[in-house]
Each structure stands twice: as structure tokens, then as C-alpha cells.
Design a protein around this ligand. Sequence first.
Ligand code: ATP
Ligand code: MG
Length: 140
Amino acid sequence: MASNRTFTMIKPDAVEANHIGHILAMITDAGFTIKAMKFTHLSRKDAETFYAVHKERPFFGELVDYMISGPVVAAILEKDNAVADFRNLIGATDPAEAAEGTVRKKYAESKAKNAVHGSDSDDNAAIESGFHFSEREIVG
Ligand code: ATP
Ligand code: MG
């Protein structure tokens, strides 16, 4: 059975551009409930660990530098079909390819600086949530 939780980050470009409130409104308007949330600045080690799956990719260094360039909002979200529905809400990785009305279409600067992260599977949602939050930081 599909889990009903996903993990997101509002990335440094969107925080810097003062889009936190707008993006959280889109998320809650779409029916997601916030189960945990924090404002935090990732260390280089945090970002390298979080995106370790991409470490062989040519853009890995750029991705890590970007993710530590400023603070992020990390959150656990709950909704039926959370992982897939959240990926639909945020849109394609490259905002030029993202559908109208998606978070990335509205707020992402580029394929690299693309405003938000969304888990790509239930397993990764659980791993990423556990990376950022302890059990007692998650509202029951
Ligand atoms: P995320 O995992 O952050 O939700 P995604 O699943 O849409 O994004 P991934 O393929 O997992 O995309 O890539 C992770 C992140 O790496 C992207 O969100 C983007 O910030 C960056 N990235 C991906 N492709 C490129 C690229 N070709 N050049 C630069 N940065 C990239
Ligand atoms: Mg991804």
C-alpha cells in the first residue's frame, strides 16, 4: 500500500526570493497537511549525504554548492497518494518543461535552481524524512 507521506524542501533560491509563504500556500491549498517543518541551513556534508544518489552525475558539485548557498525549509507532508500528487504539484525538474500552475513553473529560476524538492518514492520519502527529523519532531 502506498504511504501517504512525502518529504519536501523549499530550496535556497525560493527562500532568497521570499517565496516561502506562497509555496506553503500552494502546498496546503492542494490538500497537504504539514506533519513536521524546520528552517535550516544545510552543511556541505548534509547536502552531499542527502543527494548521494547523484554523486556520479556531472552536476553534483553545482547541486551541493547550490543547496548550501542559503537556508531551506524542510517539511514532511501528508495526503493520500502524497509522493505522486506532490510531484504533480511541483512540476518537471526543468521549469521550462513544467506544466502551468505548478510550483516550479511559477517560482523556479532554472533546472538547477528549481525552488523545491519532492521525494521520488515512498522509500525515499521515509529515508529523507528520517534524515531531517526525529520521531518526536513529527506531529502525530
Ligand atoms: P528533486 O530531487 O530536488 O526533487 P528532481 O527529482 O526533479 O528534483 P533529480 O533528477 O532528482 O530531479 O535532480 C536533483 C536536483 O539536481 C534537481 O532538482 C536540480 O536542482 C539538480 N539538477 C538536476 N539535473 C540538473 C542539471 N542537468 N544541471 C544542474 N542541476 C541539475
Ligand atoms: Mg529527485
